[in-house]
Write a protein that binds this ligand. Sequence first.
Ligand code: XMP
Length: 507
Amino acid sequence: NVLILDFGSQYTQLIARRVRELNIFCEIKPYNKLPEDLSTYKAVILSGSPFSVRAEDAPHPDLSGIQGKKPMLAVCYGAQYLAHFQGGNVAPSNTREYGRANLSFVKSDEAFFDKINVGSQVWMSHSDTIKELPANATRLASTDDVENAAYRLEGEDTYAIQFHPEVYHSKDGKQLLENFLVHIAKVAQTWTPDSFVETTVADLKAKIGTDKVILGLSGGVDSSVAAMLLHKAIGKNLHCIFVNNGLLRKDEFPSVLEQYEGMGLNVKGVDASARFLDELAGESDPEKKRKIIGRVFIEVFDDESHLVENAKWLAQGTIYPDVIESVSATGGPSATIKSHHNVGGLPDFMKLSVVEPLRMLFKDEVRRVGASMGLDPLLLGRHPFPGPGLAIRILGDITREKVAILQEVDAIFINGLKSAGLYDKVWQAGAMLLPVNSVGVMGDERTYEKCVALRAVESTDGMTADWVNLPYEFLQKTSNDIINKVRGVNRVVYDISSKPPATIEWE
Ligand code: XMP
């Protein structure tokens, strides 16, 4: 296990992902919440930070329990922090130290730089620079602009680098992490999807015993993988509930239900479409629509869960990015927990203990764990789909007729992406039904019908996104298909807005 101490860098999660890619387990902790018991950690990585070490309110944790006692790698701010407090000199830089650079000197007899040579591209992002190293430090690498790009402290396994090994643009970053973690710190590379499944299933068995567990399936990757882990651990004592809110994609409810049954899950499909659509009638405000859907879902789910007698646990598909305690961007020692719609989950009145088997996994790891359990690659590769479903893609009020129109349009678009081999190149795609009618002509007749907008974006986490440059031929065919096959639509547009400033959904 490796500890990553977060000083508030935007890249801290990336460090964790790179470490996990080496099949090494790691945890992120805020710098001001250093775990008391460090015995399980084989190595420690200090992250970067938006702060200057010279600032009064900058993170200045006491590292005396770690430094010299455990192998330590200090990245960027971490490297400056060490230099500053070991008698070196950190000062504002006169040259721009941001972006690509190449190593111009490497101390190649050091295991730390094994297989990394002069010329290797690294990524810098800092405004202070280390002007002088501490007396007990040896310089290990330089670039043209940054003399002290890497150093180590003599007599201990303490290494420091000014560049960011975790970002894609540091070409040998992964090799460097491997050199440090595997060859210097001797951390075992045993964190694999198979081993995760094995230990998680054993833990779940021990924790849950013969109790009953309730889990809400959504059709998405996280809840499906969580269900499969629990299914392996406790079999039929896992009671899955899959609610149709009437706002799913075309044919999604029966086909996903069938797929779940095929996986051997004890799953109950509850068609509550009418209840949702009736409650939504006449409501146009996006946030109010979301609230209605959230409330009705809880009511339906609660009714269903009462039918499972003596249930003790509520399982959720919460993943690591939702639970990492992050150092707040505005700084200060007050670590905040990111709020997210999944965290906190269902209301207290359900009085069930919560079990979250994916709490420590990143999204790509959830997919790999799913694959190692044999889940259908089509299920694992599905685009994200919002909980309120088509309700937030029908702008304005929702009627059954509008849902039916949008389901048809969406199906043509999504199936088209699949048959053109474009589906996996897109992070998320969907269609929006706009609250405008426009004039058209079909045959000899004037029409006055609906307009739909298609949206396809690339992204890694939905926080930022860019529109996808879909081929014109594809857009042409899709538009023709939609206008010819879906009654009530006479115009198709393609959304070419990035996020920010636009959002992915239109509501
Ligand atoms: P936006 O529109 O905010 O969407 O750029 C970012 C990601 O979040 C999804 N999304 C939601 N998911 N409930 C959800 O479960 C919601 O109310 C909701 N609103 C947006 C959206 O589909 C995209 O993946």
